[in-house]
Design a protein around this ligand. Structure first.
Ligand SMILES: Nc1nc2c(ncn2[C@@H]2O[C@H](COP(=O)(O)OP(=O)(O)OP(=O)(O)O)[C@@H](O)[C@H]2O)c(=O)[nH]1
Ligand SMILES: [Mg+2]
Length: 290
């Protein structure tokens, strides 16, 4: 995970005994590392500008340790600015309805099951809505996962109205005083007008308390573009970033935090139900910065 950023930062920011730092060279090095690790141009420039300011402000000779501290602070402030506000385990509303969105194959269905499992293991009562009615296989896939974790699934036939599945799940939760309704949805391309209409209807009917965009870390900077397009049609509140276990570059988290201005609430770190972590920016920072 994040090998690229970690190794390159480690090498570039090594203290050289007593040597004067070469400002331009260091800035260029850091910029290259960031860009090679999937950090967007804008985010990289923000970090470089903050470093330049720090060096300009500095009264004494700047050491490599100072540079490292300055870059780390800059990265930390980006992550901190968009820290999650809601505590998912104590949202203060019942049932708390969460809708999961995203393009094809980002990990929505797996993540819905992982979150259901996480909530259940924290003694919360959950129902899942199989609102990806677009593919018959999706209902079956979610059914298998829900059986495995012991969570009830509300499903209709393939091809039926996704919003009505969500509606039924919410009724089910109300009748039984359940804590959460988790709604899976069909993977959609931003260009598919029908699916976008369907999603708008879903939002009207289910009135989710939290809409989560599921993004695949492997697509790196493209995630920002994807998310911006989504946000125009179906605004979302937070991001879950999946497949971090396969993300060697590591910059996607930084770019998403800086450019989307939405909190990352969970990260997926594998294919198993337990491979989910609440996102803690300090955990990430410790992994990418020496
Ligand atoms: N390595 C890894 N694989 C993951 C992770 N999350 C999901 N996957 C895998 O990604 C693939 C797609 O996951 P799904 O949950 O079916 O994705 P989806 O977004 O529901 O896909 P559609 O319904 O087709 O849009 C599956 O093989 C999952 O096991 C993760 O955090 N790490
Ligand atoms: Mg799915």
């Amino acid at each position: 995970m994040f090998e690229s950023l970690r190794k390159k930062f480690g090498k570039a920011l090594q203290e050289e005994d007593g040597q004067e730092i070469r400002k331009t060279e260091i800035e260029n090095n850091i910029r290259t590392i960031l860009l090679e690790s999937d950090v967007s141009f804008e985010t990289a420039e923000r970090i470089i500008t903050e470093l330049e300011d720090f060096i300009a402000r500095s009264k004494k000779r700047v050491s490599m340790t100072d540079v490292r501290v300055a870059v780390k602070e800059s990265v930390e402030s980006i992550l901190q600015e968009n820290e999650a506000g809601t505590d998912i385990l104590n949202p203060g509303k019942k049932p708390y309805v969460i809708l999961f969105l995203g393009i094809n194959g980002t990990g929505k269905t797996t993540t819905v099951a992982k979150i259901a499992n996480y909530l259940k293991s924290n003694n919360r009562r959950v129902v899942v809505a199989a609102s990806d009615t677009f593919r018959a296989g999706a209902i079956e896939q979610l059914g298998i996962l829900c059986d495995r974790i012991g969570v009830h699934l509300i499903k209709h036939e393939a091809g039926s109205d996704p919003a009505s599945v969500a509606f039924d799940a919410i009724e089910h939760a109300n009748a039984r005083n359940l804590d959460y309704v988790l709604i899976d949805s069909a993977g959609r391309m931003q260009t598919n007008k029908n699916l976008l209409q369907e999603m708008k209807k879903m939002k009207r009917v289910a009135k989710p308390d939290l809409t989560v965009l599921v993004l695949d870390a492997m697509i790196g900077q493209d995630a920002v573009h994807q998310a911006e397009t989504f946000n125009k049609e179906t605004p979302f509140d937070a991001v879950i970033l999946t497949k971090l276990d396969t993300d060697a570059r590591g910059g996607a988290i930084l770019t998403i935090s800086d450019q989307l201005k939405k909190p990352i609430i969970f990260v997926g770190t594998g294919q198993e139900m337990g491979d989910l972590q609440t996102f803690d920016y300090k955990w990430y920072l410790d992994r990418i910065m020496p």
